[in-house]
Design a protein around this ligand. Structure first.
Ligand SMILES: [Fe+2]
Length: 583
């Protein structure tokens, strides 16, 4: 009752005015899905302007409190926020989640995520991610006419992680040698000695090894919103710890946990190392591109659910994610959301990433570009449509989090063996023309493959070399990839060329230069893993054997003589397209 009285009193007393227009964050790292229909506000918040009457201060009376179901949380926990009915609410009143030092009166637009309040609604559920600082929920309401400006109404007590330094975002990656494995995770502490305890029995983790710690600042990135600290731009990303396990055996299951005695340990996870190149080796890979974080990207959750089930039951060897990883684009909290999302998969199988336009593409600030590409914006030929798609990140958040073998150029191009398969990641965001360092490296790598050890050769990149959608006819990057790389791929008998960027599925016949040939390359578009689907019409090209526009993932199973590729719909896990190759 008291709460209700306070509510009524303060609904009119607190008259802080927030001017809102031009907003750039439609993404919801705390599980909220926003759409353009949410306009006018808080979609229209512009924190650059913020407030029109900053001289108004809070009354000295208590502020109405939003109740929370828990003041401590672990990642992915749901917190229920409740409040008394507010009869004069407007249909675009909202509850947002904030760092506690965002000003109450002037900070309405400074949320990480928000949800509009429906008429008579009195509770709301939030899926938490650990941003390593205290957070609070706030209720902002429009003025009496439900137009224009926002007034602060209520807030919750602080909510915070149960343990600020509990290892989060755990993920694995292959390193240079088959007897090595990267194990990486995040905590809040710079004064920290990362450690991994591991062994062959979950109850006896008898070996341990220590690792190293890195982080990054806003100024480490190239340009734009990535350089701007703020809840919808750069946030302190915490500290990324990486440990290299050495001398691990092939085809062997290890149990492990990460952390340390001072700050706490993760739960025990496990992985099975990749097989050596023995004659009986069999591997199963999962591959996709363009996923992003749920629920911002509508297919990400269903992909994660299906892949998680596969990883838990079907001896998956590793995951290939060929670009457009988190779609954070300078919004740091979305990296936390994405890395938290993949932890249940990536802490059990290596998660091998390739570079996409949404991680890398930038216009200025090239001296910060970790790929070392020359020029302020890297590869920007006049015939390409390379833009500002990373939000200024220029791959810095990606290379600080993920790892790869070091035989090429970091995460940008590299190769590795998985049983009978040699996998090569190349970058369509970097110079791939015949005169380029990447082209020379590809030639060297492909010419060095021992096809008796790894009979299957799979290459992967982000942008398509082939697509038969009508709007892609004449796409110059596609044409230049065909001119610059396809002859080399054909010469070295590449079996599969995987790519994404277009958000659908398409498979070619084995082909060369647009024609089906017996010894050709099978090109497969696998950009259907999460981002809004593209619904295109197709040209009817003869080489296009199958195309489809639903959310899904693909699986590649191979031994030395047989390769089976399957495309699964997320909705029912049914196999929608498949083919086999034999050696
Ligand atoms: Fe893309």
């Amino acid at each position: 009752m008291l709460l209700h009285q306070i509510t009524c009193a303060f609904f009119f007393l607190i008259i802080t005015i927030v001017q809102c227009d031009n907003h750039f964050n439609i993404h919801g790292p705390f599980g909220k899905h926003h759409s353009i229909k949410n306009v006018p506000s808080p979609y229209g918040c512009n924190r650059t302007y913020g407030i029109s009457f900053p001289s108004i201060s809070l009354p000295s009376m208590n502020i109405m409190e939003l109740n929370v179901s828990s003041t401590f949380y672990v990642s992915n926990q749901q917190i229920i926020v409740t409040w008394p009915t507010i009869s004069l609410s407007c249909n675009d009143d909202f509850i947002g989640i904030y760092f506690i030092d965002i000003p109450l009166l002037t900070g309405a637009c400074g949320y990480f995520d928000y949800e509009f309040i429906q008429t008579n609604q009195t509770s709301m559920s939030w899926q938490m991610i650990n941003l390593r600082r205290p957070l609070e929920f706030r209720y902002y309401s429009r003025e009496k006419n439900c137009a224009g400006n926002y007034s602060f109404v209520a807030k919750s007590t602080f909510v915070q992680p149960l343990n600020y330094n509990i290892p989060e975002q755990i993920h694995l990656a292959y390193s240079d040698r088959i007897d090595q494995m990267f194990v990486s995770y995040v905590t809040n502490s710079s004064e920290y000695i990362p450690e991994c305890q591991y062994g062959l029995d979950p109850s006896l983790l008898q070996w341990h090894v220590q690792g190293t710690t890195i982080t990054y600042k806003a100024s480490d990135m190239c340009e734009g919103q990535a350089n701007i600290p703020g809840p919808q731009t750069f946030i302190d990303p915490g500290y990324m710890h990486t440990i290299i396990l050495e001398d691990i055996r092939p085809s062997t299951t290890y149990f492990y946990r990460v952390g340390n005695d001072q700050h706490g340990w993760s739960s025990v996870r496990s992985f099975t190392n990749r097989p050596a190149d023995d004659i009986n080796a069999k591997v199963t890979l999962i591959a996709y591109g363009d996923m992003g974080a749920a629920p911002v990207q509508p297919g990400a959750k269903s992909t994660m659910d299906r892949v998680r089930a596969q990883v838990m039951t079907n001896n998956i060897t590793c995951v290939l994610h060929i670009g457009d990883i988190s779609y954070a684009r300078g919004i740091g909290a979305l990296w936390d959301a994405f890395m938290t999302q993949i932890d249940p998969i990536a802490s059990y199988v290596p998660y091998m990433v390739g570079i996409g336009n949404h991680e890398y593409d930038h216009v200025t600030g090239g001296d910060k570009d970790p790929s070392g590409a020359p020029g302020p914006g890297g590869f920007r030929p006049p015939w390409g449509d390379y833009g500002y798609d990373s939000g200024g990140e220029c791959a810095v958040p990606m290379v600080r989090r993920f790892h790869s073998p070091s035989n090429g150029n970091g995460l940008f191009w590299y190769s590795f063996d998985v049983g009978p398969v040699h996998i090569v990641y190349y970058s369509t965001e970097h110079d791939f023309l015949p005169s380029s360092p990447q082209h020379a490296w590809l030639e060297h790598d492909l010419s060095s493959v021992n096809r008796s050890r790894t009979p299957w050769l799979i290459v992967g990149s982000h942008r398509p070399m082939y697509s038969s959608i009508v709007r892609d006819v004449g796409d110059s990057i596609k044409v230049m990839l065909q001119i610059s790389l396809e002859p080399m791929f054909y010469k070295y008998h590449v079996d599969l060329n995987l790519f994404a960027h277009i958000h659908s599925y398409e498979r070619s016949c084995p082909m060369y230069q647009g024609k089906c040939v017996d010894d050709g390359i099978t090109h497969i578009l696998i950009g259907m893993a999460g981002h809004n689907l593209d619904f295109d019409t197709y040209t009817g090209a003869k080489w296009s054997l199958y195309h489809d526009q639903q959310f899904g993932y693909t699986q590649i199973s191979a031994n030395r003589t047989y390769l089976r590729f399957t495309y699964h719909h997320n909705v029912d896990d049914a196999i929608i397209d498949e083919f086999e190759l034999r050696k």
